[in-house]
Design a protein around this ligand. Sequence first.
Ligand code: DAH
Length: 342
Amino acid sequence: MEIKEKIEDYNSSIDAADVSSEEALEAFRIQFLGSKNVLKDLYKELRNVPNEEKKDVGQAINALKKKAEEKFESAKKEKDNKAGTKKKFDLTRPAERVELGARHPLAVIRNEIIEIFSRIGFSVSEGPEIEDDWHNFSALNFPPEHPARDMQDTFFIEKNDHEMALRTHTSSVQVRVMESEDPPIRTISPGRVYRNEAISARAHCFFHQVEGLYIDKDVSFADLKQTLLYFAREMFGEKTEIRLRPSYFPFTEPSAEVDVSCSICQGEGCNVCKYTGWLEILGCGMVDPNVLEASGIDSKVYSGFAFGMGIERIAQLKYRVNDLRKYSENDIRFLKQFKSAY
Ligand code: DAH
Protein backbone atom coordinates (compact mmCIF):
# COMPACT_ATOMS: atom_id res chain seq x y z
CA MET A 1 0.00 0.00 0.00
CA GLU A 2 1.24 3.44 -0.82
CA ILE A 3 2.17 5.65 2.10
CA LYS A 4 -0.48 8.19 1.14
CA GLU A 5 -3.16 5.54 1.28
CA LYS A 6 -1.92 4.41 4.67
CA ILE A 7 -2.13 7.98 5.91
CA GLU A 8 -5.70 8.19 4.62
CA ASP A 9 -6.49 4.89 6.29
CA TYR A 10 -5.08 5.91 9.67
CA ASN A 11 -6.81 9.24 9.36
CA SER A 12 -10.20 7.55 9.08
CA SER A 13 -9.41 5.02 11.78
CA ILE A 14 -8.45 7.84 14.18
CA ASP A 15 -11.77 9.48 13.35
CA ALA A 16 -13.67 6.27 13.81
CA ALA A 17 -11.81 4.98 16.86
CA ASP A 18 -13.98 4.27 19.88
CA VAL A 19 -12.42 5.84 22.97
CA SER A 20 -15.47 5.78 25.19
CA SER A 21 -14.24 3.14 27.60
CA GLU A 22 -11.08 3.06 29.65
CA GLU A 23 -9.82 0.01 27.75
CA ALA A 24 -10.62 1.40 24.30
CA LEU A 25 -8.80 4.62 25.12
CA GLU A 26 -5.74 2.69 26.27
CA ALA A 27 -5.79 0.61 23.06
CA PHE A 28 -6.01 3.82 21.06
CA ARG A 29 -3.06 5.27 22.96
CA ILE A 30 -0.92 2.18 22.33
CA GLN A 31 -1.81 2.12 18.65
CA PHE A 32 -1.19 5.77 17.84
CA LEU A 33 0.93 7.21 20.65
CA GLY A 34 2.65 4.29 22.34
CA SER A 35 6.34 3.43 22.04
CA LYS A 36 5.64 1.14 19.06
CA ASN A 37 2.92 3.19 17.52
CA VAL A 38 1.98 2.87 13.86
CA LEU A 39 2.99 6.41 13.03
CA LYS A 40 6.59 5.54 13.76
CA ASP A 41 6.49 3.12 10.83
CA LEU A 42 5.19 5.88 8.64
CA TYR A 43 8.10 8.11 9.62
CA LYS A 44 10.43 5.27 8.70
CA GLU A 45 8.76 4.92 5.33
CA LEU A 46 9.14 8.62 4.75
CA ARG A 47 12.74 7.92 3.78
CA ASN A 48 11.56 6.19 0.61
CA VAL A 49 9.28 9.00 -0.47
CA PRO A 50 10.62 11.00 -3.41
CA ASN A 51 12.20 14.26 -2.29
CA GLU A 52 9.68 16.59 -3.90
CA GLU A 53 6.84 14.88 -1.98
CA LYS A 54 8.65 14.48 1.33
CA LYS A 55 7.52 17.79 2.74
CA ASP A 56 3.81 17.22 2.08
CA VAL A 57 3.83 13.63 3.24
CA GLY A 58 5.84 14.57 6.35
CA GLN A 59 3.33 17.25 7.20
CA ALA A 60 0.48 14.82 6.66
CA ILE A 61 2.02 12.37 9.16
CA ASN A 62 2.60 15.21 11.66
CA ALA A 63 -1.03 16.20 11.28
CA LEU A 64 -2.02 12.62 11.89
CA LYS A 65 0.04 12.51 15.06
CA LYS A 66 -1.42 15.77 16.26
CA LYS A 67 -4.92 14.56 15.55
CA ALA A 68 -4.33 11.35 17.53
CA GLU A 69 -2.88 13.33 20.44
CA GLU A 70 -5.79 15.73 20.50
CA LYS A 71 -8.35 12.97 20.39
CA PHE A 72 -6.58 11.16 23.21
CA GLU A 73 -6.24 14.28 25.38
CA SER A 74 -9.82 15.35 25.00
CA ALA A 75 -11.18 11.87 25.70
CA LYS A 76 -8.96 11.62 28.76
CA LYS A 77 -9.99 15.03 30.03
CA GLU A 78 -13.62 14.11 29.70
CA LYS A 79 -13.05 10.93 31.67
CA ASP A 80 -11.11 12.75 34.41
CA ASN A 81 -13.88 15.34 34.69
CA LYS A 82 -16.45 12.65 35.09
CA ALA A 83 -14.37 10.96 37.75
CA GLY A 84 -13.89 14.36 39.43
CA THR A 85 -17.60 15.04 39.56
CA LYS A 86 -18.16 11.65 40.97
CA LYS A 87 -15.80 12.49 43.81
CA LYS A 88 -17.64 15.74 44.54
CA PHE A 89 -20.84 13.82 45.05
CA ASP A 90 -19.65 11.15 47.40
CA LEU A 91 -22.99 9.90 48.62
CA THR A 92 -21.45 7.95 51.45
CA ARG A 93 -20.04 11.08 53.07
CA PRO A 94 -21.76 12.08 56.33
CA ALA A 95 -24.01 15.12 55.84
CA GLU A 96 -22.96 18.50 57.15
CA ARG A 97 -24.61 19.35 60.45
CA VAL A 98 -27.63 21.62 60.20
CA GLU A 99 -27.67 23.95 63.17
CA LEU A 100 -31.21 24.28 64.45
CA GLY A 101 -32.21 27.64 65.82
CA ALA A 102 -33.67 28.01 69.29
CA ARG A 103 -36.50 30.19 70.49
CA HIS A 104 -35.57 33.35 72.32
CA PRO A 105 -35.65 32.70 76.09
CA LEU A 106 -38.25 35.42 76.57
CA ALA A 107 -40.47 33.81 73.93
CA VAL A 108 -40.04 30.47 75.67
CA ILE A 109 -41.17 31.92 79.01
CA ARG A 110 -43.99 33.93 77.42
CA ASN A 111 -45.30 30.79 75.69
CA GLU A 112 -45.07 28.83 78.91
CA ILE A 113 -47.03 31.52 80.80
CA ILE A 114 -49.68 31.54 78.04
CA GLU A 115 -49.89 27.76 78.19
CA ILE A 116 -50.26 27.70 81.98
CA PHE A 117 -53.08 30.26 82.00
CA SER A 118 -54.82 28.82 78.96
CA ARG A 119 -55.30 25.60 80.95
CA ILE A 120 -57.55 27.49 83.36
CA GLY A 121 -59.51 29.32 80.68
CA PHE A 122 -57.53 32.50 80.03
CA SER A 123 -57.44 33.84 76.47
CA VAL A 124 -54.64 35.98 75.01
CA SER A 125 -55.23 39.62 74.09
CA GLU A 126 -52.93 42.28 72.75
CA GLY A 127 -52.84 46.05 72.47
CA PRO A 128 -50.72 48.71 70.76
CA GLU A 129 -47.24 49.64 71.98
CA ILE A 130 -47.88 53.30 71.13
CA GLU A 131 -50.67 54.11 73.55
CA ASP A 132 -52.77 57.14 74.45
CA ASP A 133 -52.88 58.72 77.89
CA TRP A 134 -56.35 57.32 78.56
CA HIS A 135 -55.45 53.65 78.19
CA ASN A 136 -52.01 53.85 79.78
CA PHE A 137 -52.86 56.19 82.68
CA SER A 138 -56.22 57.92 83.08
CA ALA A 139 -58.53 54.92 82.79
CA LEU A 140 -56.24 53.11 85.24
CA ASN A 141 -56.91 55.70 87.91
CA PHE A 142 -53.53 57.46 87.72
CA PRO A 143 -54.00 60.95 89.17
CA PRO A 144 -52.82 63.79 86.88
CA GLU A 145 -49.79 64.50 89.07
CA HIS A 146 -48.63 60.88 89.28
CA PRO A 147 -44.85 60.66 88.79
CA ALA A 148 -45.13 57.90 86.15
CA ARG A 149 -46.63 60.56 83.87
CA ASP A 150 -43.38 62.44 84.06
CA MET A 151 -40.87 62.71 81.21
CA GLN A 152 -38.41 61.01 83.49
CA ASP A 153 -40.29 57.73 83.35
CA THR A 154 -42.22 57.74 80.10
CA PHE A 155 -41.20 58.04 76.46
CA PHE A 156 -43.62 60.44 74.83
CA ILE A 157 -44.03 60.42 71.08
CA GLU A 158 -43.97 64.23 70.79
CA LYS A 159 -41.77 66.32 73.02
CA ASN A 160 -44.38 68.82 74.11
CA ASP A 161 -47.46 66.65 73.78
CA HIS A 162 -48.11 64.09 76.46
CA GLU A 163 -51.09 62.50 74.76
CA MET A 164 -49.29 59.62 73.02
CA ALA A 165 -46.51 57.54 74.60
CA LEU A 166 -44.83 54.17 74.42
CA ARG A 167 -46.85 52.15 76.90
CA THR A 168 -45.16 51.84 80.27
CA HIS A 169 -46.99 48.63 81.20
CA THR A 170 -49.37 46.11 79.67
CA SER A 171 -52.12 47.19 82.08
CA SER A 172 -53.28 49.39 79.19
CA VAL A 173 -54.54 46.24 77.48
CA GLN A 174 -56.87 45.59 80.47
CA VAL A 175 -58.65 48.80 79.68
CA ARG A 176 -58.94 47.97 75.98
CA VAL A 177 -60.36 44.52 76.73
CA MET A 178 -62.87 45.85 79.28
CA GLU A 179 -64.00 48.53 76.82
CA SER A 180 -64.61 46.04 74.04
CA GLU A 181 -65.82 42.90 75.83
CA ASP A 182 -68.55 42.09 78.33
CA PRO A 183 -67.75 40.03 81.42
CA PRO A 184 -66.95 37.30 82.17
CA ILE A 185 -63.44 38.22 81.08
CA ARG A 186 -60.44 35.98 81.59
CA THR A 187 -57.46 37.13 79.64
CA ILE A 188 -53.72 37.59 79.72
CA SER A 189 -51.87 40.20 77.67
CA PRO A 190 -48.21 39.62 76.92
CA GLY A 191 -46.19 42.38 75.31
CA ARG A 192 -43.31 44.81 75.25
CA VAL A 193 -43.27 47.90 77.44
CA TYR A 194 -40.97 50.91 77.60
CA ARG A 195 -39.53 53.06 80.36
CA ASN A 196 -37.12 55.91 80.34
CA GLU A 197 -34.40 54.20 82.35
CA ALA A 198 -30.63 54.11 82.05
CA ILE A 199 -29.61 50.70 80.71
CA SER A 200 -27.80 48.47 83.20
CA ALA A 201 -27.73 44.85 84.32
CA ARG A 202 -30.88 45.46 86.37
CA ALA A 203 -32.84 47.99 84.28
CA HIS A 204 -33.60 48.47 80.60
CA CYS A 205 -35.50 50.97 78.52
CA PHE A 206 -37.71 48.19 77.20
CA PHE A 207 -38.79 44.90 78.68
CA HIS A 208 -41.74 42.53 78.60
CA GLN A 209 -44.74 41.96 80.79
CA VAL A 210 -47.75 39.72 81.01
CA GLU A 211 -50.90 41.29 82.34
CA GLY A 212 -53.71 39.16 83.72
CA LEU A 213 -57.35 40.15 84.12
CA TYR A 214 -60.33 38.25 85.51
CA ILE A 215 -63.73 39.97 85.71
CA ASP A 216 -66.96 38.23 86.68
CA LYS A 217 -69.65 38.27 89.35
CA ASP A 218 -68.35 37.47 92.86
CA VAL A 219 -64.66 37.31 92.05
CA SER A 220 -62.79 37.47 95.35
CA PHE A 221 -59.27 37.98 96.64
CA ALA A 222 -59.22 34.24 97.44
CA ASP A 223 -59.68 33.54 93.69
CA LEU A 224 -56.72 35.78 92.97
CA LYS A 225 -54.55 34.06 95.53
CA GLN A 226 -55.46 30.57 94.34
CA THR A 227 -54.87 31.50 90.69
CA LEU A 228 -51.42 32.84 91.51
CA LEU A 229 -50.54 29.82 93.62
CA TYR A 230 -51.55 27.58 90.70
CA PHE A 231 -49.38 29.66 88.36
CA ALA A 232 -46.37 29.68 90.70
CA ARG A 233 -46.46 25.91 91.13
CA GLU A 234 -46.83 25.24 87.41
CA MET A 235 -43.98 27.60 86.65
CA PHE A 236 -41.52 26.92 89.46
CA GLY A 237 -42.49 23.46 90.71
CA GLU A 238 -45.16 21.91 92.88
CA LYS A 239 -43.43 22.61 96.17
CA THR A 240 -43.46 26.36 95.53
CA GLU A 241 -45.15 28.57 98.11
CA ILE A 242 -46.33 32.13 97.59
CA ARG A 243 -46.43 35.10 99.94
CA LEU A 244 -48.52 38.24 99.45
CA ARG A 245 -47.34 41.57 100.82
CA PRO A 246 -49.60 44.63 100.93
CA SER A 247 -48.70 47.18 98.28
CA TYR A 248 -50.14 50.04 96.29
CA PHE A 249 -51.12 50.47 92.62
CA PRO A 250 -53.55 53.16 91.43
CA PHE A 251 -55.64 50.59 89.54
CA THR A 252 -56.16 47.95 92.24
CA GLU A 253 -57.60 48.05 95.74
CA PRO A 254 -56.41 46.25 97.77
CA SER A 255 -53.06 45.67 96.07
CA ALA A 256 -50.31 43.20 96.81
CA GLU A 257 -46.89 42.16 95.72
CA VAL A 258 -46.30 38.44 95.37
CA ASP A 259 -43.18 36.51 96.27
CA VAL A 260 -42.47 32.88 95.47
CA SER A 261 -40.34 30.67 97.69
CA CYS A 262 -36.84 30.59 96.29
CA SER A 263 -36.62 27.61 93.95
CA ILE A 264 -32.84 27.72 94.06
CA CYS A 265 -32.33 27.21 97.81
CA GLN A 266 -35.87 25.92 98.62
CA GLY A 267 -36.29 28.80 101.04
CA GLU A 268 -33.07 28.11 102.93
CA GLY A 269 -31.49 31.39 101.87
CA CYS A 270 -29.00 32.01 99.04
CA ASN A 271 -27.53 34.96 97.20
CA VAL A 272 -30.27 34.92 94.52
CA CYS A 273 -33.01 35.50 97.13
CA LYS A 274 -30.59 37.62 99.18
CA TYR A 275 -30.96 35.17 102.08
CA THR A 276 -34.67 35.90 102.51
CA GLY A 277 -35.91 32.63 100.96
CA TRP A 278 -38.36 34.66 98.82
CA LEU A 279 -38.31 36.14 95.32
CA GLU A 280 -40.64 38.90 94.20
CA ILE A 281 -42.38 38.05 90.91
CA LEU A 282 -45.45 40.20 90.38
CA GLY A 283 -47.92 42.89 91.41
CA CYS A 284 -51.65 42.27 91.72
CA GLY A 285 -54.88 43.29 93.34
CA MET A 286 -58.63 43.62 93.05
CA VAL A 287 -59.49 45.89 90.13
CA ASP A 288 -60.41 49.29 91.56
CA PRO A 289 -64.14 50.06 91.03
CA ASN A 290 -63.08 53.36 89.41
CA VAL A 291 -61.20 51.36 86.76
CA LEU A 292 -64.21 49.12 86.08
CA GLU A 293 -66.50 52.12 85.74
CA ALA A 294 -64.05 54.01 83.50
CA SER A 295 -64.23 51.12 81.04
CA GLY A 296 -68.01 50.83 81.20
CA ILE A 297 -68.33 47.85 83.58
CA ASP A 298 -70.86 48.10 86.41
CA SER A 299 -68.80 47.81 89.61
CA LYS A 300 -71.92 46.96 91.64
CA VAL A 301 -72.47 43.83 89.58
CA TYR A 302 -68.93 42.81 88.71
CA SER A 303 -65.63 42.53 90.48
CA GLY A 304 -62.30 41.21 89.36
CA PHE A 305 -58.62 40.84 89.90
CA ALA A 306 -55.60 41.82 87.89
CA PHE A 307 -51.92 41.04 88.01
CA GLY A 308 -48.82 42.01 86.10
CA MET A 309 -45.45 40.34 85.89
CA GLY A 310 -42.18 40.92 84.08
CA ILE A 311 -41.19 38.16 81.67
CA GLU A 312 -37.49 38.97 82.08
CA ARG A 313 -37.87 38.53 85.83
CA ILE A 314 -39.44 35.08 85.47
CA ALA A 315 -36.79 34.10 82.90
CA GLN A 316 -34.07 35.38 85.21
CA LEU A 317 -35.32 33.16 88.00
CA LYS A 318 -35.83 30.10 85.82
CA TYR A 319 -32.60 30.39 83.86
CA ARG A 320 -30.56 32.39 86.40
CA VAL A 321 -29.64 35.05 83.91
CA ASN A 322 -28.25 37.89 85.96
CA ASP A 323 -27.95 40.63 83.34
CA LEU A 324 -31.02 42.06 81.62
CA ARG A 325 -28.95 43.30 78.68
CA LYS A 326 -28.26 39.74 77.55
CA TYR A 327 -31.85 39.41 76.34
CA SER A 328 -31.43 42.06 73.67
CA GLU A 329 -27.80 41.73 72.63
CA ASN A 330 -28.54 38.86 70.23
CA ASP A 331 -25.36 37.01 71.15
CA ILE A 332 -25.82 33.65 69.49
CA ARG A 333 -23.79 31.89 72.22
CA PHE A 334 -26.33 33.09 74.78
CA LEU A 335 -29.41 32.46 72.64
CA LYS A 336 -28.62 28.93 71.57
CA GLN A 337 -28.69 27.62 75.12
CA PHE A 338 -32.47 27.76 75.33
CA LYS A 339 -33.80 24.65 73.65
CA SER A 340 -37.28 24.11 74.92
CA ALA A 341 -40.66 22.48 74.54
CA TYR A 342 -42.29 25.91 74.36
N1 DAH B 1 -48.63 47.57 85.84
C1 DAH B 1 -47.79 47.23 86.95
C2 DAH B 1 -46.34 47.56 86.60
O1 DAH B 1 -46.08 47.88 85.50
C3 DAH B 1 -47.88 45.78 87.27
C4 DAH B 1 -49.20 45.44 87.85
C5 DAH B 1 -49.39 45.53 89.21
C6 DAH B 1 -50.24 45.06 87.02
C7 DAH B 1 -50.61 45.22 89.76
C8 DAH B 1 -51.48 44.75 87.57
C9 DAH B 1 -51.63 44.84 88.95
O2 DAH B 1 -52.51 44.38 86.83
O3 DAH B 1 -52.85 44.52 89.48
O4 DAH B 1 -45.51 47.51 87.44
